[in-house]
Design a protein around this ligand. Sequence first.
Ligand SMILES: [Zn+2]
Ligand SMILES: [Zn+2]
Length: 133
Amino acid sequence: MITGECFCGSIRYQVEGALRDARSCHCSRCRKAFSAQASAYALVEASEFRWLQGVELLTTYATQPGFGLQFCSRCGSTLCGIHNGVVHGITLGCLNEDPQIEIGYHIYVGSKAAWEVLPAGVITYAEGRPSTQ
Ligand SMILES: [Zn+2]
Ligand SMILES: [Zn+2]
């Protein structure tokens, strides 16, 4: 069981299963959405995710049709991504515990910020991750 919460602690959630496919996206949209050098995001099973408190403070920003980010209207932390109204991933920065998963790859490093220094040895893609299928 892992838990997460926003900066002010008003909104809390738990995830009962394992996170999947942790990644970091360095595109200009993610930099702004996460107020950081990149996103840090992993997928969850919707059935394993549950809000514990503060859901009335959640605000949704629709990023594209069917997709959105949800954040705390009090402190501004970005907590999760939704697809058709259902939580499909969480931001790693709001986790309280070690999720037993590491960021596996970095995408859109071709458009990373000029000021960002990427760590050595990480797996990077200039754009999206090529499909392995
Ligand atoms: Zn908050
Ligand atoms: Zn991005």
